[in-house]
Structures are given as C-alpha cells and as structure tokens.
Write a protein that binds this ligand. Structure first.
Ligand code: GLU
Length: 479
C-alpha cells in the first residue's frame, strides 16, 4: 500500500513551531517510503480565518524544503485541497449517516445547549450532549447543525507513540458534524478527507487524543478503516511543565526566518525536538532525516523547547554549508548586511573571515558595519575597557604610536604577514595580548567584537587601518 501522509493546517495566520513539526514528520515518512505528502488547508472555521495565512503556510513549507506532492498549486487526484471547497463531499457523506440513522438535524438554540452544559457543571458531571438529545428532530436543511448520533461503546486501538489505548463509552458524544453555516467541523471533515485522500498515517498533536473515541465511532459509522495514528507529544515551555505557548518566547517560523535562522537548522532543530536516532549525532540534513527518521523513536514525554539549541545548531549549519559551498551560502546572506555594505567584493572578504563566528545571519548587521564605513571614534570605549583602563592616556597613545610605526613597515599586507608582525609587536611592547590587540581592535572598529585581528586588518587594508589608528591618537590630542 502506498504511504500517504498529510499536513493539514488551519489558516489562522500564526504558525506555531509545534505545528511545523507536525509538517516535518509526515513529510519524512512519505519521502522515506516513496509515498505522497499532501498539503490540505483546513479552512472551515470562518471565524478564525486570516487573509494571507495560506500563503504564509506555503512559504514556510517551501522555505524548509518540505515540498508537497499534492495540495494548493499542485494538481492531484484527490483535490480540491481546501476544505471550504469540499462542501458537497461532506454533505454527501453526511447524507449517508442520516440515511443510516446515525446523524440528526439539531435546531436546539446555542443558549439552550449552554444551559445544559451549565447544569452538568453544577451537578459536577461530565457534559455529554447525548444525554439531552432532542426527541423529535426536523429534516436536515441549511442553517441547522447536523449532529452525530453516538452509540457509545468501548474501543481499543493502537497509537504509534502512545501505545495501546483503551477508550470507554464516555468518550463518545453527539458531536456536531456540519455547522449551521453548512461547513463541516474539523471532527468530521478530517475523517472524510483522510479516507478519500488515501492517508495511511495521521500525525498531529496529542491534544487530539481525547477525541479519539468520537473519531473511531465515526470511522465505524462511515464504514471506513482508520489509518495509523501518530500523536505527537507536546512541546514544553523552556521552564515549568506546561505546553509551549506564544508567550514562552517561541517565535513563529516566519519570525525565525526573518531573524536569519537557516531552514536547514530549523528543520534539524524541530525534527529533533522529541526524536533522536539513538546516536550522538546532532546535525542532520533533510536527506539524513529522511533516511533515519523512525516513528518508534519519538519520545512519549514532551520535549522541552530550547531556543539556545536552535541558535547553536544554526551556527553549526553555517559552518557546514560554508565548507560545502561558500559562494552559495554568501548569496543566501544577501538580505542581512548593514545598509552601508554595498561593495560585494568587500562583503565576500568579510564573510570569509566572520562566517564561523556568526550565530545567525542577523549578526552580520551588528558585527560588520565598521568594514564598510569609518566607525565613530569613542574614546570612552577605550578608556573604560576592562583590559585597557589600567593604562594612562599617555601609555595608550604610546602604544598606538608604536603600533602605527610597526604596521607602517609592512609591504605585503596579508593576514599571514600581519599575524607575524602583530606577534613581533606584542613581544616588543611587553604588553599582554588582551591589552595590545584589544586596543588595536577597538581603535579600528569601535565594536565589541571582531574576527581575528590579523584577518580584520587584512580586510580593512593598510591605509584604512593606519588612518583609523591615527584618528584615535588625534582624538586623544597626542598626534
Ligand atoms: N487543522 C488541524 C490543526 O491545525 C489539523 C490537525 C490534524 O492534523 O488532523 O490543528
């Protein structure tokens, strides 16, 4: 049987990180088995619909390299792939349930339903609508919700992550199948769609586990064979024992993308949230994930969200991709340079000495501007520096003069020569590296961070280096 999996997001405008993981695993399973990965847009909840949300979902999947085989913009034998366009299909299946006596039109006003619920709460009973099922029901017609007629019983089933599970009759109720607006609920639509689309594995968050009684009852009433269930454990907030929410510092996939996180790192990070292949490996490419992913190794306990891990992985991925193809990684950094960085040759040189210190491409903005424009001389930054504040202004200026004189003698202004010359200067000055190199570093950059000093000076060039050091001496009034 051909493996078919799907990602079935609701276009609500915000792509929670956990939701992205629910796209990655089905993608991996489909690819591993030469199967089909479907993108289905679950847009039946008009109240939650956000304009542009489908584009955001598609962009995010494409950015991560999770190309769908069937879905929006792709033809396929199972379309349409927007639930809002499948109304007739759901109505057809609804009619079958009505004909079999397993669905009924329910005109009960919603405030009456609310009062039933309140009564159950007052009596400290679980609210089951079937206890209030109306005796007489009209024919089903537009504007009236359609409910399932539950025949409660026990179910035993297997979940690929949570194991063998037992559900009692209390898990089944007269759930709404079609709402008053004529659109189906998720509860009904996904079952019809998954069956019609030949889905073999459902992957979704564990929050759907409590509804499994209703789903199994619906499969049975519709005469459908349930697929494999793979419920994914929650992703936990960085602290405490609660589910990761918007307020826990986790950004949306799109935010991370804008912040210069590489899709390779994001994919790697999310795939490994609650899954590992049993080895110590931490860096996985998409192909490695396809080869190694195994549902049976998804951890049942929730995985803790650790953004620092993502950032660390991103740094690792920058190094790996640079080693593979520096030019294409450079091209991908284009949007992240400071405004003044217009010279591509210079950008390339800077990239080659700084890439291995970047955590994200966003660092380019904050770490490289002095390569493209003279920094503002800020003597306080020198005199308050931890290593330099022990020196008097005279000592600082003597050291700067000595450095300028030494660097002036270099004919071949290359990183290797600079490294040797700087070491000679260090010995001659009798200073600690922190002091001498720290002073030169600040003098040319006025930045808290620079790549290796000899690399930095090599890229800045002789004239710029000497001019900037002389400008510091002048600012001290000691030229
Ligand atoms: N539309 C549902 C959601 O976004 C999909 C759940 C599922 O994958 O079945 O949570």
């Amino acid at each position: 049987m051909k493996t078919v999996t799907r990602f079935a997001p609701s276009p609500t405008g915000y792509i929670h990180i956990g939701n992205v993981r629910s796209a990655i695993y089905p993608y991996l399973i489909a690819k591993q088995n030469h199967g089909t990965f479907i993108l289905r847009i679950e847009d039946t909840d008009q109240a939650r619909y956000v304009e542009g949300a489908t584009e955001l979902i598609k962009d995010t999947l494409q950015w991560l390299g999770l190309d769908w085989d069937e879905g929006p913009d792709k033809s396929g034998e199972h379309g349409p792939y927007f639930q809002s366009q499948r109304r007739d299909i759901y109505h057809g299946w609804a009619q079958r349930l009505i004909a079999a006596g397993r669905a009924y039109a329910d005109p009960t006003p919603s405030d009456t339903v609310a009062s039933y619920r309140a009564e159950a709460n007052r009596n400290k009973q679980a609210f089951l609508y079937r206890n209030y099922r109306p005796a007489d029901t009209p024919d089903w017609q537009p504007g009236i919700p359609l409910r399932f007629k539950a025949i409660p019983k026990a179910y035993d089933y297997h979940d690929e992550v949570f194991g063998d599970l037992h559900l009692g009759p209390e898990t089944q109720d007269d759930i709404i199948l079609i709402k008053a607006d004529g659109l189906p609920t998720y509860n009904f639509a996904h079952i019809v769609d998954d069956a019609m689309m030949g889905v073999t594995h459902i992957l979704r968050g564990q929050e759907y586990l409590p509804s499994m009684g209703n789903y199994l009852a619906l499969y049975e009433a519709l005469g459908l064979t349930p697929p494999k269930f793979v419920h994914l454990p929650h992703i936990l907030a960085p602290t405490g024992n609660k589910k990761l929410g918007k307020r826990d510092g986790a950004k949306s996939a799109d935010d991370y993308r804008r912040d210069g996180i590489l899709p390779e790192a994001m994919l790697n990070f999310l795939a490994c949230l609650g899954w590992n292949d049993g080895s110590e490996q931490e860096l996985y490419s998409k192909q490695e994930l396809i080869d190694k992913f195994d549902v049976s190794r998804i951890q049942r306990a929730g995985a803790r969200y650790d953004e620092q891990k993502l950032i660390w992985l991103n740094g690792q991925w920058i190094r790996r991709l640079y080693a593979e193809d520096p030019e294409s990684l450079f091209a991908r950094s284009a949007a992240f340079w400071p405004k003044q960085a217009t010279n591509d040759t210079l950008k390339r040189q800077v990239f080659s000495i700084i890439y291995d210190r970047l955590k994200t491409f966003n660092d380019l903005k904050t770490m490289t501007s002095y390569f493209f424009a003279d920094p503002t001389v800020d003597l306080d930054m020198i005199t308050s520096n931890k290593a330099l504040k022990k020196l008097s202004e005279t000592e600082l200026c003597n050291l700067l003069h000595q450095s300028v004189a030494k660097l002036q003698t270099i004919d071949d202004w290359s990183a290797t020569t600079l490294q040797d010359t700087l070491n000679e200067l260090l010995a001659e000055s009798g200073q600690k590296p922190m002091v001498l190199f720290g002073l030169i570093r600040l003098g040319v950059s006025f930045a808290a961070f620079s790549p290796a000093l000899h690399d930095t000076l090599a890229v800045l060039g002789k004239n710029t280096t000497l001019a900037r050091l002389n400008a510091v001496i002048a600012a001290f009034g000691r030229d």
